[in-house]
Design a protein around this ligand. Structure first.
Ligand SMILES: NC(=O)C1=CN([C@@H]2O[C@H](COP(=O)(O)OP(=O)(O)OC[C@H]3O[C@@H](n4cnc5c(N)ncnc54)[C@H](OP(=O)(O)O)[C@@H]3O)[C@@H](O)[C@H]2O)C=CC1
Ligand SMILES: CC(=O)[C@@H](O)[C@H](O)COP(=O)(O)O
Ligand SMILES: [Mn+2]
Length: 398
């Protein structure tokens, strides 16, 4: 029976909770056993404490020091070690474990993902922003430490499941599928006025707020293009995107001999999480089967880069290389959060990304000294400063 010693960074979020739910289901079914080294969360103390009571980790961390007392109170009498703050988050990532889920949202997850990658553990990577900002160095760090990064993002999991690693020269193209998001059919004139509530109502997936907005702008697919480039060592020209509104095919690999391989499944993150958790084996869970007859047909269309320019901006950033992907990511995070806070109109998310990339290229933004993680964080900080200037200008013009 599979026995894994696991840590979950971002245990209270959508991916983190699904990971723990899968582990719970497998233990109850008697198909796997898990020991939990560390759990981390943010503001959702109730959910973090509940997970800690179930899994009895050696360390449980909230990143927010002001919430430490609440967490201690919630776990009083359990004997579970509680800590808080950025340093404690790194401590959690460094707890000995053989599998670590990186499921913090945004570049806030970079330091802990970097720390996890240095331990030699398998890192199940949901936190795509870390890879976008620090890609080749993060991949190399995991390999050097004797571990590896396994994608959890559904598209990259799909590619990992069909990618013929032993013959990388046999691949002509990676094709990422995109649902098109909640505004796939919304006219351009209406996009100006869409609300955060509409933007986070993804047609197929249940996810956290930030990635849901990214799906709505197609910035998510842009981040995923960059993620695919780093994960699979593919140049930008060999990565395509096709809109597939049903989210049944999770991505495709086109080979030089005319074969195209696809991975399919209902849109449920528990499948890519289970794949990474059990790799190189497969773990059973009560996954709903794919009923092809009731699906009837699958449809595809080209992405509309006029209405969703963030996709093109990401492609340009990937092609430019250097600091550009990290700048794209920082500007997107600033703009997407401002949209969620109702301080920025939907269409201005892509506009702020474009303005920031332009301003940053004029100032020739580069990371400071230190390792690749520190350099990426320095770029991120400066890009955020520029993005906030661009944001203020767009807000004032509105
Ligand atoms: N949801 C999905 O289906 C998918 C998600 N992903 C990626 O996975 C990652 C997580 O997404 P998702 O689960 O949806 O996000 P959620 O918003 O649901 O969860 C985010 C997690 O990160 C924690 N967190 C938030 N801010 C910080 C911070 N500053 N420092 C440390 N921890 C923090 C949250 O804690 P708390 O809630 O307690 O405040 C929570 O545990 C993202 O990178 C996303 O792009 C990729 C593919 C699919
Ligand atoms: C589940 C997952 O992997 C998300 O990243 C998903 O891809 C979002 O859907 P979109 O295709 O709409 O971006
Ligand atoms: Mn995805």
């Amino acid at each position: 029976m599979m026995h894994r010693r696991v840590s979950v960074l971002g245990a209270t979020g959508s991916v983190g909770s699904s990971t723990l739910a899968l582990m719970d289901e497998a233990e109850r079914a008697g198909t796997a056993r898990f020991t939990v080294a560390a759990l981390t969360g943010g503001r959702n103390i109730e959910r973090l404490a509940e997970a800690a009571r179930r899994w009895r980790p050696e360390l449980v961390v909230t990143v927010w020091p002001e919430l430490k007392a609440d967490l201690e109170h919630a776990l009083a009498g359990t004997g579970i070690a509680v800590a808080a703050g950025e340093a404690a988050l790194i401590e959690a990532a460094l707890q000995p474990a053989d599998w670590i889920m990186a499921a913090i949202v945004g570049v806030a997850g970079l330091k802990s993902t970097w720390a996890a990658a240095g331990t030699g553990a398998i890192v199940g990577l949901a936190n795509k922003e870390s890879l976008v900002c620090c890609g080749p160095a993060l991949m190399a760090r995991a390999t050097t430490a004797g571990g590896r990064i396994l994608p959890v993002d559904s598209e990259h999991s799909a590619i990992h499941q069909v990618f013929p690693h032993e013959r990388p020269e046999g691949v002509r193209k990676l094709v990422l599928t995109a649902s098109g998001g909640p505004f796939r059919q919304t006219p351009a004139s209406e996009l100006e006025h869409v609300t955060p509530e509409r933007a986070v109502a993804h047609p197929n997936w249940s996810m956290g707020a930030k990635i849901s907005v990214d799906s709505a702008t197609l910035a998510n697919k842009g981040l995923e293009m960059i993620e695919a480039a780093w994960l699979f060592s593919m140049p930008e020209a060999k990565i395509d995107v096709v809109v597939h509104p049903e989210s049944i095919i999770h991505s495709l690999v086109e080979c030089v001999d005319g074969s195209t391989l696809a991975q399919m499944g209902p849109p449920d993150m528990r499948t890519p999480i289970a794949y990474a958790l059990a790799w190189p084996k497969r773990m059973p869970w009560q996954a709903p089967p794919l009923d092809m007859v009731s699906l009837g047909r699958l449809t595809f269309e080209a992405p509309d880069t006029e209405r969703f320019p963030a996709l093109t901006l990401a492609r340009q950033a990937l092609r430019a290389g250097g600091a550009a992907p990290a700048i794209f990511n920082a500007a997107n995070e600033v703009a997407a959060l401002a949209f969620l806070d109702r301080r920025l109109a939907f269409l201005n998310i892509a506009a702020v990304i474009a303005d920031t990339l332009e301003m940053a290229s004029a100032s020739d933004l580069v990371g400071g000294s230190g390792d690749a993680c520190e350099a990426a964080l320095a770029v991120d900080q400066e890009a955020r400063r520029l993005a906030r200037i661009c944001l203020d200008r767009r807000e004032q013009a509105a």
